[in-house]
Design a protein around this ligand. Structure first.
Ligand SMILES: C[S@@+](CC[C@H](N)C(=O)[O-])C[C@H]1O[C@@H](n2cnc3c(N)ncnc32)[C@H](O)[C@@H]1O
Length: 259
């Protein structure tokens, strides 16, 4: 009758694919995928010869929102043809990915079984490679353009992760990245942090034998730093928030019991 399983491939080629995602890919009637490079595409088509890329739906000058709608349309067209469809996205399929969620909602609304399997996202790799525990001080995670246009509030006592800094200010395809609006991002961040505060520009290794790329720079220098197309920015907390004495008392927690 048609069904949809949405999976993620992880960030590192082959090594981060979960066993359940592998089964979903190999057993699907049709696999529609979005990945970051040609080697990963080749690997997908080896896993399932009925796999085809949705990458061609991206085009320079076309808003990514329109591209994402077109991807969800393609996925749903295959489901409606009665196929057991696997839609595969790099990283985690539900993290900073729209068409996966749209397709699942549409499939369910039309009565098709649809599910999403969890996977390893770039942020998971970042926590591991940079030694960050998001539970230690809390963690804010924003898409860089959304962060600017909505003037998102920042709590400098918590960690900050900014996605898509390599294309900040662009809503269409920028295959080589676009760093031209980084000064705007820096200017906004300096409303919350001192200029000498640390920023880490992070790119997880795409292949098992490679190391991640980590640029450790002053926040004020981010605009002139080598920000890769797939970089994610990590800003550690710049201050420590004192616990609220009244709240501690209400909860019956002695301050000495806190980390
Ligand atoms: C459209 S989102 C896709 C995220 C993906 N679904 C995930 O779970 O990681 C693209 C953004 O993910 C982050 N990203 C993707 N690959 C990365 C990598 N190798 N290293 C660091 N960040 C990466 C970057 O912030 C990039 O701009």
């Amino acid at each position: 009758m048609g069904s949809l399983t949405v999976v993620g491939t992880g960030i590192q080629l082959g090594a981060q694919l979960t066993p359940e995602a592998r089964v979903a890919i190999t057993e699907a009637d049709e696999v529609l995928y979005v990945v970051t490079d040609a080697l990963v595409a080749l690997w997908m088509e080896r896993l399932n010869p009925r796999a085809r890329s949705l990458q061609d739906l991206y085009a320079e000058g076309v808003s990514r929102r329109r591209t994402y709608d077109a991807m969800a349309d393609e996925i749903m067209a295959a489901v409606r043809r009665g196929r057991d469809v696997c839609a595969a996205f790099y990283g985690h399929p539900g993290v900073f990915v729209d068409p996966s969620h749209v397709a699942i909602r549409r499939a369910r609304a039309e009565g098709y079984p649809a599910r999403m399997l969890p996977a390893v996202s770039a942020e998971d790799c970042l926590f591991a490679d940079l030694g960050v525990n998001p539970g230690a001080a809390g963690c804010q995670s924003y898409e860089a353009t959304d962060f600017l246009v909505r003037r998102r509030a920042v709590d400098p006592s918590a960690a900050l992760v900014l996605w898509q800094v390599g294309i900040v200010g662009r809503l269409d395809l920028a295959p080589e990245g676009d760093r031209s609006r980084l000064p705007v991002l820096v200017e906004y961040l300096l409303e919350f942090y001192p200029p000498e505060h640390e920023a880490l520009l992070y790119e997880a290794a795409p292949y098992p034998a490679c190391d991640p790329v980590i640029e450790d720079v002053r926040l004020a220098d981010v605009a002139s730093a080598p920000v890769g197309r797939l970089a994610t920015m990590y800003v550690p907390p710049s201050e420590r928030r004192r616990p609220d004495a009244a709240m501690l008392a209400r909860l019956g927690i002695p301050e000495t019991h806190l980390r």
